[in-house]
Each structure stands twice: as C-alpha cells, then as structure tokens.
Design a protein around this ligand. Structure first.
Ligand code: AMP
Length: 188
C-alpha cells in the first residue's frame, strides 16, 4: 500500500498516519518529523531546512524532492509506505509520479483530511506538544501556503490521477476518521 496524506497544519495528519501505518504494516515517512530531527541534529539537511521551517515557509522543492527520492529508494520502503506532509506542491506531486513511474510502482491513495481554517488555528494553539512553528503568525503563514500550494493537489489527485483522492471530514474523532478512510479504501 502506498499512501500520501494531505491536510492543513493541525488537521490530524500525524495521528491518522500512525493508525494507517499500523493497520497496513507500512513504514511512516513523516517529512515534518524528519526535518525537525535533522534541524535538532544540525545535519546538512537540517541546516538547509531550518530557516524555512522556523518561518513556516516551505523548504525548496529541489531539496525535498531529492530527499524523498533517496528515502523511497531505501530497502524498507520497497513494498509500501505512507508519506505524511508530502507532496505539498504541484512540482513535488509531479516529481513523485515520475519517480513512481520509474520504479514501476503506483500510488494507491491520496487522503485529504478536510478541516475548516478556524479549527486548524485553534488546534495548533491547543497542541499538547507545542512546536515553535505553532505560534499564531507562523500558523497563519502555514495555512496560507497550504491554501495556495497544496489545495490545488486535490484536483490533481481527483482528476489527473484517475480518482486517487479520498476526502474525509476531519472534525470527527480520530477513530471515526480512521474508519471512514478504511471504508473508502475498501469500497472504491
Ligand atoms: P509539518 O510537520 O508537516 O507541519 O511540517 C513542518 C514544516 O516542515 C513545514 O511548515 C515546512 O516548513 C516543512 N515541510 C514539511 N513538509 C514539506 C514539504 N513537503 N515541502 C516543503 N517543506 C516542507
């Protein structure tokens, strides 16, 4: 199973990503977590990403594309994976398709957690584990970028990728959201 999960900041991507990875027994590739770890460890990737992540900006596509390509060529992702937080731009989505074509693999589903903007803002404020990029002005920037750069991917996965999109209302309980995703995967 090969999945990507899309949603604004605070949409619940991490929670659903963990549940889905457990259920399908696939490795989780959480780009946000990888970047935060790389920044803390001051690796080359971390040093490149730090100024962007701190401001809520997107790390440049070329850096991300190269990283994801290398990550999906590792042996543990050979038979499936879930990408959390990737792709976030049309360019990243197209490059992911090129890579998958090249590997003769295909994406099974793009899962979109649909949560209204005011709820996203509130959730980032209330997050138990506060992140430095959860400050209100930075959350605002992350939501703007999500609307401008990532929302267009919904159309991409719905129409250009032959109905690969699963869209779920993200205001239900985590378990209800998870069950709805599973039902859609099984019935489509
Ligand atoms: P997240 O934990 O998914 O909210 O990601 C945290 C931050 O990491 C984002 O605000 C961006 O700065 C950066 N980031 C995560 N995924 C990507 C991506 N696919 N492309 C560019 N930047 C990203």
């Amino acid at each position: 199973m090969r999945l990507v999960i899309l949603g604004g900041p605070g949409a619940g991507k991490g929670t659903q990503a963990n549940k889905l990875c457990n259920y399908f027994q696939i490795p989780l590739v959480s780009i946000g977590d990888i970047l935060r770890e790389a920044i803390a460890a001051e690796t080359k990737l971390g040093k490149k990403a730090q100024p962007y992540v701190a401001k809520g900006e997107l790390v440049p596509d070329m850096t991300m594309i190269k990283f994801v390509r290398d990550r999906l060529l590792q042996p543990d992702t050979k038979n499936g994976w879930l990408l959390d937080g990737y792709p976030r731009t049309a360019f990243q989505a197209e490059e992911l398709d090129f890579l998958l074509d090249h590997l003769q693999q295909k994406l099974d589903w793009a899962i979109f957690l649909n949560v209204p903007e005011d709820v996203l803002i509130q959730r980032c404020k209330n997050r138990e584990y506060r992140r430095t990029d959860d400050e209100p002005e930075i959350v605002k920037r992350r939501i703007d970028l999500f609307n401008q750069r990532t929302i267009p991917l919904l159309e991409y996965y719905e129409y250009y990728q032959r109905q690969r999109l699963i869209s779920v209302h993200g205001e239900q309980t985590p378990e209800a959201i998870f069950q709805e995703v599973l039902t859609q995967i099984k019935t489509q």
